[in-house]
Write a protein that binds this ligand. Structure first.
Ligand SMILES: NC(=O)C1=CN([C@@H]2O[C@H](COP(=O)(O)OP(=O)(O)OC[C@H]3O[C@@H](n4cnc5c(N)ncnc54)[C@H](OP(=O)(O)O)[C@@H]3O)[C@@H](O)[C@H]2O)C=CC1
Ligand SMILES: O=C(O)[C@@H]1CCC=N1
Length: 274
């Protein structure tokens, strides 16, 4: 879908790290109408899909001579390699360059220290690849309204965006929505496995689990009802769902497991900051 703000971007967007998440964002920008000639990519080993974009005008691994032209640097390398990669990116950051980072755990202070620039810290998720991601973003105080608008357009091209003022929320955000798709995919895996245990052929169990998770997600997306109401709508009194939920909602149940999982991911995000 065309995005007016993306089409109005006149500077160059430099994406550092075109892996799973950076690549998904790039796909969203181009689908949203960003002129490929406005995009440059730095990545030591680009995938064939990204390499093919060169023919459309995307610049691959540009020389630092382009530095003054970079309007926004989007950093999507692994947090563990940021210190090393960030030092190489610093020459691309000019006075008015804004730096949008999607790295888990990496703080605004650390980004300012390593790269400089006006920093936006953001946490997207992989449904971005189909325009259905959700991103939470927080801007450093020196980010101008224009820089924030460009960051918002880039992030919004992959789904919805929530801006927050408190950076300390980002570790829990990462645990819930950044990592969250993995929990849902695990649910599909385990639902299928349990179906096989209950006697279903593997292919049928896999298909039933996949379609059930996908259909339920779409119902949740389209419905205005709370998830608890949608759950209750499946649960006939004394029926099969109630029998299963008495296990999942027992003690210990999914609630305890989810609290522990989110706490572990939040703690890992904090550790990545060090
Ligand atoms: N995957 C996800 O669901 C999400 C990830 N994130 C964040 O996105 C970032 C990337 O994660 P993800 O896409 O999963 O990881 P990937 O490993 O898929 O992508 C990282 C990319 O960066 C490349 N790279 C390595 N060194 C450099 C360098 N010096 N300069 C430029 N590029 C470099 C890697 O190349 P090579 O493989 O050759 O090393 C790789 O292509 C992480 O910081 C993560 O926290 C945020 C939200 C969700
Ligand atoms: O697992 C990770 O660290 C990254 C951040 C959120 C999702 N993937």
């Amino acid at each position: 879908m065309a995005n007016n703000t993306l089409q109005n971007i006149t500077g160059t967007i430099l994406l550092a790290g075109a892996g799973k998440m950076g690549g998904a964002m790039l796909t969203g920008w181009l689908a949203g109408g960003l002129d490929p000639r406005r995009v440059a990519v730095i990545d030591p080993h680009v995938s064939p899909e990204i390499a093919a974009l060169e023919a459309k005008g995307v610049a691959l691994n540009p020389a630092v001579t382009t530095a003054g032209t970079i309007e926004t640097l989007v950093v999507a390398v692994k947090p563990q390699m940021f210190r090393e990669a960030g030092a190489k990116l610093k020459p691309f950051v000019a006075d008015k360059t804004s730096v949008v980072s999607i790295m888990a755990g990496t703080t605004i202070a650390s980004l300012q220290d390593v790269c400089g620039g006006a920093v936006v810290r953001a946490m997207p998720n992989t449904p971005a690849a189909i325009g259905r991601g959700i991103t939470v973003a927080v801007a450093a105080p020196d980010v101008s309204s224009g820089q924030r608008a460009v960051a918002d357009a880039l992030l919004r091209a992959t789904g919805s965006v929530e801006w927050v003022d408190d950076e300390s929320l980002m570790d829990a955000v990462t645990a819930v929505s950044g990592s969250g798709p993995a929990y849902v995919f695990l649910l599909a895996e385990e639902l299928a496995r349990a179906g096989v245990e209950a006697g279903l052929p593997e292919a049928l169990a896999t298909r039933l689990a996949r379609e059930t998770v996908a259909g339920s997600g779409e119902l949740l997306h389209q419905s205005e009802l709370a998830s608890s109401t949608l759950r209750q709508n499946v649960t006939s009194p004394g029926g099969t769902t109630a029998a299963a939920l008495s296990v999942l909602m027992g003690e210990p149940g999914l609630r305890d497991l989810m609290i522990r999982a989110i706490a572990a991911a939040t703690q890992r995000s904090r550790e990545l900051a060090k």
